[in-house]
Design a protein around this ligand. Structure first.
Ligand SMILES: Nc1nc2c(ncn2[C@@H]2O[C@H](COP(=O)(O)OP(=O)(O)OP(=O)(O)O)[C@@H](O)[C@H]2O)c(=O)[nH]1
Ligand SMILES: [Mg+2]
Length: 451
């Protein structure tokens, strides 16, 4: 996600080798400026950032470490704007009402579903409302999302006024003791008065706690510009940058809050429902520096992972009893964590190393599909006790799953090896590895950039 920025920071830091080398600092600053601009960081933010880094580095004596710290502090500074961070619950009522706004196709509806998923994982009772009556299929799209994520929805096929939808949805949310109401609204190709009036009407009639503006990061600097217009015309409390997974430059996320004066709250990093990440400045800086985000990963894992199940599975692994049902359970949990890419970028030192693993798609990879087909052809007993799989059973499975016997054998062998490996790792060696990972997360110098 931030790969190109992280890499250029690394190169820039590498320019400074000796203490008090003014010339090297100058060169490093010039390169920093260039790479920020190339990554689509706004030119004003770039200027301010580079000046800050220069002053801060000089204050502490030119050197690699002081430059790194200056970069860290200045980035955190630039990313931090007055306003809320992440998702914030209302302090005036039990129900938190959020109005989702944005231009056509920016990702409002998808993001509404993603936020609902995020909140549901954190044990909140969520209602989503379909107040986009502009596009024919809009209500249907939200209905499908609601079914998929198992979150309640409010819609009214006979209503033509989005204001009435919003009002009725709020009533339902209050009566039903919901924690959060997310209202999806219609988009427009460009900012026009009709859209702004409609949004202002909804805003005035339901008085939302916060208004989120969903901006498409692929529109580059326009994402910043349109956010400013929305801020001026209707007032917004947070920006969500969608489609960040497709943005190879990443710089918009750096300068957006600084330019708009409204905090960036979340980033969308894929088309699936778990693909949303909370944007907390110091955590993002840590990732930008290639040092991962251990806190973020822990928070995410705590929200989606069933601790009781993990304990059960760990016990089984230790005894070498890990079976195919456990495997399916684990796969489901991993899916809830989100894309492999985002998980890996949160692990210290992994963001650059991960290579191929990054593109593993837990739902669609042919490998996982084959394994699932195989497991679904097994009897309950076979799933529980993989060791009973003899030649005739394997033959039957191959037929049932539409695989060759060679493929079946290969998968079963991999499974056996993986269980053995897991057993080993859960013993003493595994503890050492876990310790090492924990230490990596607390290291003084950022992992990715340290020498
Ligand atoms: N890759 C990627 N695709 C996204 C992301 N967010 C949304 N999309 C895709 O963008 C497209 C438009 O998303 P919608 O949620 O329908 O956008 P919208 O703002 O509700 O659109 P309108 O209702 O027509 O105004 C869909 O194909 C989404 O799957 C994201 O974070 N990453
Ligand atoms: Mg929509």
């Amino acid at each position: 996600m931030f790969d190109s920025l992280t890499n250029s920071f690394k190169t820039v830091v590498g320019k400074i080798r000796y203490k008090d080398d003014e010339k090297a600092l100058k060169k490093a600053l010039t390169d920093l400026r260039k790479s920020l601009l190339q990554s689509d960081v706004h030119h004003k933010t770039t200027k301010e950032l580079v000046t800050k880094v220069e002053l801060e580095t000089k204050k502490n004596g030119i050197g690699q470490e002081s430059f790194l710290n200056a970069l860290k502090t200045s980035l955190t500074n630039i990313l931090t704007t007055t306003g809320n961070q992440g998702f914030v619950f209302s302090n005036r009522s039990a129900l938190t009402t959020i109005l989702m706004t944005g231009l056509q196709g920016s990702g409002k509806t998808t993001t509404t579903g993603k936020l609902a998923t995020y909140l549901k994982q954190r044990k909140k009772k969520v209602l989503i409302a379909a107040a986009d009556l502009q596009r024919l299929a809009a209500v249907e799209q939200l209905k499908q999302i609601s079914e998929q994520i198992e979150v309640d929805i409010y819609y009214d096929d006979n209503e033509t006024n989005p204001v009435n939808i919003a009002k009725a949805a709020k009533q339902k949310a209050q009566d039903g003791l919901y924690d959060v109401l997310l209202i999806d609204t219609a988009g427009r190709l460009a900012i026009d008065d009709e859209l702004m009036t409609q949004l202002a009407d909804i805003k005035n009639s339901i008085d939302p706690d916060e208004i989120f503006y969903v901006a498409d990061s692929l529109t580059g600097h326009d994402a910043t510009k349109t956010a400013i217009t929305f801020k001026e015309k209707i007032g917004i409390d947070g920006v969500i940058l969608s489609k960040f997974d497709g943005d190879t430059k990443g710089g918009v996320a750096i300068s957006l809050a600084h330019q708009v004066g409204i905090p960036l709250r979340f980033i969308g990093i894929g088309e699936k429902m778990p693909d949303i990440e909370v944007f907390i400045p110091n955590r993002i800086v840590s990732r930008l520096m290639g040092a991962g985000d251990v806190d973020g990963l822990a928070e995410k894992a705590a929200a989606v992972i069933d601790e009781k199940k993990v304990k059960e599975v760990t016990k089984k692994i230790k005894k070498g009893e890990f079976n195919f049902n456990d495997f399916l359970d684990q796969l489901e949990m991993m899916k809830k964590l989100g894309s492999m890419k985002s998980i890996l970028s949160m692990i210290p030192g992994m963001s650059q190393m991960a290579g191929q693993l990054k593109n593993v798609d837990l739902e669609n990879s042919s490998e996982i599909k084959r394994i699932k087909a195989l497991i679904s052809s097994m009897t309950p007993k076979e799933r529980e006790t993989p060791s009973i799989l003899n030649l005739s059973r394997k033959k039957r499975l191959a037929k049932g799953a539409g695989l060759s016997e060679v493929q079946v054998n290969k998968i079963l062998k991999q499974f056996k090896n993986a269980s053995k490996m897991a057993k080993k790792l859960s013993g003493k060696g595994g503890k050492d590895m876990q310790k090492m990972l924990a230490q990596m997360g607390q290291g003084g110098l950022p992992q990715g950039l340290g020498r």
